[in-house]
Design a protein around this ligand. Sequence first.
Ligand code: DGL
Length: 268
Amino acid sequence: MAKKPIGIFDSGVGGLTVFKEIRNRFPNENIVYFGDTARVPYGPKSLNTVIEYSIQNARFLMQQDAKIIVIACNTSSASALPTLQKLLPVPVLGVIEPGAKAALKASKSKRIGVIGTEGTIRSQAYRKAIKTLDRTSLVFSKACPLFVPLAEEGWEEHDVTQLTIAEYLAPLVQNNIDTLVLGCTHYPILKVPIKQFTGDKIKLVDSAHAVTDKLVEILPNKAKSGIGQNRFYVSDNENKFNKIASKILNIEITTLIKVKLGEGWFLN
Ligand code: DGL
């Protein structure tokens, strides 16, 4: 990888929904992706733990010579964005603010639903970001912790997933929302069954598109095609990651390396 890569991290496979969008829009860029599969899920973990993991992930990407870091994880973005921006010598992008902007753009009634992990919803990061941009908007939030393991299992067509979606989303939909933010990068993996439940009247917003638009502002891109290289790293279960990733990305993953955690740093 002669050219410095874009670094992307998530707790697992969820950030691949962001990777996919960035890869499409930046065909000639090299990309390094890190999925912290040994420690997924981040959603139920404490703020300090998520900050600590996020610092380690970002440092690992810096070791890979990343020229920019995209936090493809809402839970990390909600907890660790200011810390990483202070700590790192390269630009760091989170998914919350771009997602909030995209939600307001999509919504007519300004009644917006937000779903995410326990950590993201507890932080109220989306509510604050949306309200800062438009004080009159109404935000209805719901943590959907079971969506992450369902997505990690690749169970988007399973009955259990449909039941879980109905259980979480029924009370939210009753608030007459016209827009629903998929405030976790794992959730677009379940977009089809979520859409089946919410119907056509509710627009789904996922932060992958929004954060990629933001990236285009920082890293102007003129290339329509190219041969940028992909390198994937995980902290555990590379076979499982490979299986789900190949399905999400529709490509064969050739470079997938498992790395081991060290004290504050990753060691090969
Ligand atoms: N994909 C992540 C997010 O966007 C985290 C899911 C998790 O690890 O709980 O929040």
